[in-house]
Design a binder for this molecule. Structure first.
Ligand SMILES: *[C@@H]1O[C@H](CO)[C@@H](O)[C@H](O)[C@H]1NC(C)=O
Ligand SMILES: *[C@@H]1O[C@H](CO)[C@@H](O)[C@H](O)[C@H]1NC(C)=O
Ligand SMILES: *[C@@H]1O[C@H](CO)[C@@H](O)[C@H](O)[C@H]1NC(C)=O
Ligand SMILES: *[C@@H]1O[C@H](CO)[C@@H](O)[C@H](O)[C@H]1NC(C)=O
Length: 543
């Protein structure tokens, strides 16, 4: 002690004390940052390894704090009122604030769906046939009202810019839409495990699951892998009564992958399966979990990635003639066995479409052609497939996701393609297939959102009926001939918030090229209802 006293008068020691006080402050700061209960400890050596790599990123990313907890499901977001206010009105957006806004929307939707499902709200019409149609229209309008109240203000607040600044560090955001997915953990493990730079990979996952929260409504048809057959293919059991496995727990609980969850690289948003809205709106949600990463990549939830897929896609994207306004897209080839490496085969191309009466005569995108192995750069196509595309994140600014496509399945891709192209973006096929996709024939009996929705509203054709009207929104956007003669409710009244074209000025076509020119480019004749043959596309004639 005496020694210390005498040393205290020593200037050098005071300097050291200052330093150690500083490091004390730093440790308090680090402790405060990580003390929240959602933080699971990882080993010190592991952390310091990752800490070095991540420190620049963390320092430049205040929007990731407070962290959005990836568990438990429907996490409580502390200070959500403040975070929402800062996000909407103070130009201080945070991922947690955005998730809080989405959760408010979801709770309101849940309550509204429950009311509508139990028929508490009577429809006006008394005749039977009309009544059915009107019930679905009431459900659609209730959705439009809630989306306007909760989602549109967020989009208006960041109109004309991206919510966060785009970082220039070759980071990738993966947008993952999942519905009761039994391969979600495998997909995430493959994405991180096969990437050249997993530390630059960020994921936004939407988990639509049956959580078993409602004791009156048992879960139906929960899928799980119970083994492999002699060819190494998964054997799937579809069980009633059990809630779905939460694959976020599986992924984040794995010692190899835990660090990505801890570091805010995995952002999760949970949805009760009964409130599922189909892929288009699910992808709207996941687009809101983007946090400034350089590239935006949208995928399905049952995929297997090839080694170095991240670097190879970035390379191909940069090689395109129209970079940075280029989108890579494809339908990934199927894999027989999920755990088998997908071959680096020549990229499959989206160069065909079909126009069918039972799909409301909207063009359906299909595969045609393969990339030529001698191509020195990707060549153009006419379509974006929603199951995989890869682009510079500025895409979000030019083609903001449209929340007014609830329950839609077929129609999402033609809308995305035409919006991107008219906004000046060109569409390319990546030269190699770097992803394998599990294609699912109906006989696999994996769950579908339309079944959950039909069950909730007790309307077997609910999704068919509501998409019949939602498709008209896309037709109005494209300028489909005859659409003006079609009975489109409320369309003549510009102030009617329920009209199907609501918000198309924000979520519609771009202004760089016209819809007519796109239709010529894609050889789509809406009068004759024909499409193709698009030789330029399948033969890769256009750079
Ligand atoms: C999910 O469903 C449960 C059970 O019906 C309900 O209590 C809960 O509020 C729902 N959560 C959301 C976010 O909709
Ligand atoms: C049901 O009707 C009540 C009273 O008119 C209204 O306040 C509520 O918003 C309606 N709910 C839905 C889901 O439309
Ligand atoms: C963690 O992930 C690895 C790689 O996918 C896998 O081999 C391992 O079995 C997983 N561990 C656990 C405990 O699930
Ligand atoms: C690939 O491109 C080369 C060079 O342009 C051409 O000679 C060849 O016929 C093409 N192959 C196919 C299968 O189209």
């Amino acid at each position: 002690m005496r020694q210390v006293d005498s040393l205290l008068s020593n200037g050098i020691f005071q300097g050291l004390m200052g330093l150690s006080f500083l490091s004390f402050l730093i440790s308090v700061w680090i402790f405060c940052k990580f003390k929240s209960p959602d933080y699971l400890p990882i080993s010190t050596s592991e952390y310091s390894k990752w800490g070095q790599k991540m420190s620049t990123f963390e320092n430049n990313s205040p929007h990731l704090y407070p962290k959005l907890p990836y568990l438990p499901i429907f996490p409580e977001i502390e200070n959500e009122d403040v975070l929402i206010h800062q996000t909407l009105h103070k130009n201080q957006p945070t991922i947690a604030g955005i998730a809080a806004i989405l959760y408010r929307f979801l709770s309101a939707l849940h309550e509204s769906n429950q009311q509508l499902a139990t028929n508490k709200n009577q429809t006006t019409s008394s005749t039977n046939g009309d009544n059915k149609r009107n019930e679905v229209e009431v459900i659609r309008q209730a959705y439009f009202r809630l989306a306007q109240e909760h989602l549109v203000p967020l989009d208006i607040a960041y109109q004309g810019r991206t919510i966060f600044d785009v970082r220039n560090d070759d980071s990738i955001f993966l947008s993952v839409a999942s519905f009761r997915e039994h391969l979600l953990a495998d997909t995430l493990m493959s994405a991180f495990g096969s990437a050249t730079h997993p530390e630059k990979l960020f994921v936004g996952v939407i988990v639509n699951n049956c959580f078993g929260l409602d004791s009156k409504i048992p879960c139906r048809g929960s899928p799980r892998v119970v083994g492999q057959d002699q060819n190494g293919r998964d054997i799937l059991e579809i069980e009633d009564g059990k809630p779905d496995i939460n694959h976020i727990g599986t992924f984040c609980g794995n010692i190899t992958f835990q660090k990505y969850c801890e570091q805010g690289q995995v952002r999760v948003f949970y949805i009760n399966e009964t409130d599922a809205l189909g892929p288009a709106v699910t992808r709207y949600y996941s687009s809101k979990l983007w946090g400034g990463e350089t590239y935006y990549c949208q995928i399905d939830s049952h995929l297997k990635f090839a080694n170095d897929w991240d670097q190879l896609y970035i390379q191909d994207l940069k090689l395109t003639r129209n970079f940075p306004k280029s989108v890579l897209s494809t339908y990934p080839p199927g894999f027989v066995n999920f755990r088998q490496t997908p071959p680096y085969t020549p990229g499959t191309r989206l160069c065909r479409c079909q126009i069918r009466a039972n799909e409301g005569f909207l063009p359906r995108v299909e595969m045609e052609g393969r990339c030529n192995e001698t191509d020195i750069r990707p060549t153009q196509m006419a379509f974006i497939g929603a199951g995989f595309f890869f682009a510079s994140a500025k895409f979000l600014l030019d083609v903001p996701f449209d929340p007014f496509l609830p329950w839609l399945f077929m129609g999402e891709e033609i809308a995305l393609s035409i919006r991107a192209w008219t906004s000046g973006w060109n569409i390319y096929s990546p030269r190699k297939n770097l992803i394998g996709h599990q294609y699912r024939p109906l006989k696999m009996h994996t769950p579908h959102y339309w079944t959950s929705v039909a069950r909730l509203f007790d309307k077997p054709n609910m999704v068919d009926q509501v998409t019949h009207s939602i498709r008209k929104r896309i037709k109005i956007m494209i300028g489909y001939p005859g659409i003006e003669k079609d009975e489109v409710p409320n369309e003549n009244d510009e102030d009617d918030p329920y009209r199907l074209s609501y918000g198309l000025d924000r979520y519609g076509l771009g202004t760089e090229r016209s819809a007519t020119d796109y239709l010529k480019f894609a050889e789509i004749d809406l009068e004759q209802k024909t499409c193709g043959p698009m030789k330029w596309c399948s033969e890769g004639q256009l750079e």
